[in-house]
Design a binder for this molecule. Sequence first.
Ligand code: ZN
Length: 691
Amino acid sequence: MKKSIQLLSASIIAVTMVSCAKKTEKKPPVEEKPVEEVFEVKLDRFADLQILRYQVPGLENLSAKQKELVYYLSQAALSGRDIIYASNYKHNIQIRRTLEQIYEKYSGERSGADWDNFVVYLKRIWFSNGIHHHYSEKKIMPEFSQEYFKQLIANTKDANWPVLEGETPEQMISKLTPVLFDPKIDAKKVNKDKGVDKVKASANNYYGDGISESEAEAFYKKQMVAGDSTPVEFGLNSKLVKENGKLVELTYKSGGRYGAAMDKMIFWLEKAKGVAENEAQAKHLGMLIEYFRTGDLKKWDETNIQWVATTEGDIDFILGFIEVYGDAMSYKGAFEGVIEIKDFDASKRMKVMSDNAQWFEDNSPIMAEHKKKNVVGVSYKVVNAAMESGDAAPSTPIGVNLPNSNWIRSTHGSKSVSLGNIVQSYNDASGEGSIDEFYLREDSRERIKKYGKLSGKLHTAMHEVIGHASGKINPGVGTPKETLKNYSNTLEEARADLVALYYIYDQKLVDLGLMESLDVGKAEFDGYIMNGMMLQLRRLEPGENVEEDHMRNRQLIAQWCYAKGKDKNVIEKIEENGKTYFVVNDYDALRTLFGELLREIQRIKSEGDYKSAEKLVETYGVIADQDLMKQVKERYEKFNLAPYSGFLQPTLTPVMNDGAFTDLKVSYDSTFAEQMMRYAKDYSFLGNDGN
Ligand code: ZN
């Protein structure tokens, strides 16, 4: 609900193609071994997945005490890791530990197709935090036989099999074998299909055996008090079970369900509280600890209210049971942790734009009567992830807007952040090869490789800070949602993009020190036009048209400019060796066209002109050229890009001197498996029964 994921993100699509140099900016300190010259983002590729790495920029700007805080928070986040496995499916912990025993101790042939398939299966389970696909929710089927599984078990000597109390290893294996190999058993983690009992048909572990959808619904309906304007998030932190015919909640708390992991988190949070950056943060940490101790959802609300009010520090975090997508009934929160450090560079950029917001408004090509007299830049925050766990790892959001409680959002506000270093890694992963494939002219390629990263960041910053903030509605005209209805989102995004495009090719940005030359703007123009005219079509399936608002807006802008500039050949369609390219011939003229379209879209919004909105979007933004889509998909195939990405976490190691915390070192496990096996050793706090 409040999360942006990679596939739908605004910024990622716009800048996906404009990634390039991977040089680390920092020179290695003399006494340490040299950091890698080139930071390799891609680590592993298997099934429909790839594992990427991210850097932690900004960590070096922190004081020793702040680094200590980051470390304690990261340990708290990792300590809850088992919880996501346990709540995704009742056998997940046992299955994972069984396979990890094999991975560690199997004495047979550790190569060949069967072994490789076994390793891929285990890596997929690690990726999805259980045996169900993280995105499709379907059970992952092993690509090796039951026979081979038997052989693996038989040749794993001295195994510490994760049996339950009173269970022999043989009994455990015969219980788990059909769970792994029979596609009909617990086939879907979350099942929201029409006509099924959503609770019984979902394999997740949020409800006990024998509980039906209507029972669960009635249980939570009963708790809601009519007219309560500040309801808690009922059911968020518990498993609902039947005991002696009665429904009861097993609450996640110290001494309760997942108590062992909760206690570890509390231990680290206490330490974090001792080195908090300021009073508000310490207060927030104290409240979170109280909530983890008691499981009281009123305290969770109070914690969130305090969190929203805690805005001063350089470090922030999300920790708890938060998103409810994993429950078909949308009551149960999945455990997640994200530790964030302020993106100092991005904050500086935003501040410059915000400070100059009135200049941008005054010089905008929109009509004078639509300009704001006192424009205030929209505040927008970029942070860098320092650690992610649970529901947020290895697959991660690229932006988060919390808390989820609606009354807290409207009364106390919310925090919205974009995870800058994660976005950066996604962009880097697409590589330079695709730039060579899709940009015909050498000078365009060079510019995109040199400036693409920066142009993407500037575009995003202007889109958010001055784009959405610009313009006003004529007196007496309703809100855009009322007047422009289904077209209002597309046109709002187009307006913000056009402000960014108009100014990214303006000397003002050079004068403000945000970029070194207008070539940054040219790089953005080339990338934007190619993406809007064709590249983004790869995200659609044959037969589909463009539906998503950001995608509609990008195609609308590119196609409108292509059509309007046709006489003067501003954008040229070139076919070469069966490949299509859209090449910008005249950057000044293109900028003028961006300005004209911005003026028109602002007019439509200010006047609430539905007819023009409809015509604009339907003519340029909706229809997907099917031949071009086919071509783009084919040309992308050779880059072997995986549909889904996840991340290896950095390893954060404290540096101590005379018992005092002096520094935090960042390193990386060499493989995904190495990290997962290390986590299994260091952060397995739940029993084999998942509690
Ligand atoms: Zn936007």
